[in-house]
Design a protein around this ligand. Structure first.
Ligand code: ADP
Ligand code: MG
Length: 353
């Protein structure tokens, strides 16, 4: 949050909140706000496994790399598939945030958002990676918790609140009360799976092979989860699987909605499932306060209407839904005394440093 006090404190110390997302990594620096917002991609040299490019530059290389270079997303499914590469990425982003400060600063204190439901080993991996990446102190927070704080939900009160954070690799559903997560669901169906749905649909219906980026673009421009006021059309370019030749096919937003429906349904089921287990007192709170949606996937056209209709509750989009986690993680350091209980503890003895 930008306040004169934070700005002043930011001159003398570096407090950083990081959203280590499956699709995008955001870095929030106290007093300066979001200073980095880049895709969670790393391009590595195959043999040495050395990182050649990180972030936007690495993403540019996707699908265009020569044989000796591969571009990967180390957190693709919400798990850390490669510790060293995740560490390289964190190091790069923390270093970049550090570099941007005007005066020499001590090493930063860092809060990192991690998907809920990651294993103890993975938590430890993120913690270690953050320390190795140059943090003086590292803390972890579950992403839905950070999203709720970033969205300004009153999670420390006894009145219940609910967040649905739809990212690239994971969807997190969480219900909060008294500063804790009462019920949560974490599934590996989110924005990426929707892109995959579009690819499958084009392949099955039109024998057209399209790339991930084309699929994502179609989702952003014409995808939806609820009938649109005005249906749209989009041209998909790819390769015809039978002739082997380039081809352009026009599809309607109605077709895309059909393509996306299975992923949307899985997300809806996760939400219903969480509500199903919620104690009645909390349900009555939630009926008042509604469901807060965050993450890039929540921007899918008509998704709010669809969720609202299915669960018969008010659904609203957080302010700036793609930065909630980074803002929430940063907030914890600003208000450490009140919010430190929201951090994830590491098991004793699980720290190597
Ligand atoms: P993560 O936290 O996992 O890094 P983000 O919250 O950054 O993920 O969201 C990334 C996902 O959101 C991607 O799958 C992207 O395609 C999707 N997305 C972004 N904008 C939109 C939009 N307008 N409509 C549908 N999906 C969107
Ligand atoms: Mg996220």
């Amino acid at each position: 949050m930008f306040t004169p006090l934070n700005w002043l404190l930011g001159l003398f110390s570096l407090d950083i909140g990081i959203d280590l997302g499956t699709a995008n990594t955001l870095v929030n620096v106290r007093g300066r706000g979001i200073v980095i917002n880049e895709p969670s991609w790393v391009a590595i040299e195959k043999r040495s496994r050395k990182a050649l490019a990180i972030g936007a530059e690495a993403r540019q290389m996707v699908g265009r790399t020569p044989a000796n270079i591969i571009a990967i997303r180390p957190l693709r499914d919400g798990v850390i598939s490669d510790f060293e590469i995740t560490q390289a990425m964190l190091e790069y982003f923390i270093g970049k945030a550090h570099e941007q400060s005007l005066v020499p600063l001590p090493r930063p204190r860092v809060v990192v958002g991690i998907p809920s439901g990651v294993t103890e080993v993975e938590k430890r991996a993120v913690y270690d990676a953050t320390i190795s990446a140059g943090a003086r102190e590292a803390f972890l927070i579950e992403e839905p918790m950070a999203a709720a704080i970033g969205a300004g939900l009153p999670i420390t009160e006894s009145h219940g609140s609910m967040v649905v954070d739809i990212g690239g690799g994971t969807t997190e559903v969480a219900i909060f009360s008294l500063g804790g997560i009462v019920i949560s669901r974490s599934i590996r169906v989110a924005g990426d799976e929707m892109d995959e749905d579009v690819i499958q649909y084009m392949r099955t219906k039109y024998n057209l092979l399209i790339g991930e980026r084309m699929a994502e673009r179609a989702k952003l421009e014409a995808g939806s989860a609820y009938p649109l006021p005005e249906e749209r059309r989009i041209t998909m370019r790819g390769r015809n699987l039978i002739t082997g030749l380039p081809e352009a096919v026009d599809v309607s937003s109605i077709e895309l909605r059909e393509a996306l429906s299975s992923s949307v349904q899985i997300i809806l089921d996760a939400i219903k499932d969480a509500l199903d287990e919620t104690p009645p007192e909390l349900i009555s709170d939630l009926m008042e306060s509604g469901i807060c949606m965050a993450g890039g996937g929540s921007l899918l056209a008509g998704l709010q209407e669809r969720v609202s209709e299915e669960v018969n509750m008010r659904v609203w989009l957080a302010d700036d839904p793609m930065t909630c986690v980074a803002r929430g993680a940063g907030r914890v350091l600003e208000d450490y005394d009140n919010l430190r209980a929201m951090l994830v503890g590491l098991e004793r003895g699980s720290t190597r440093h």
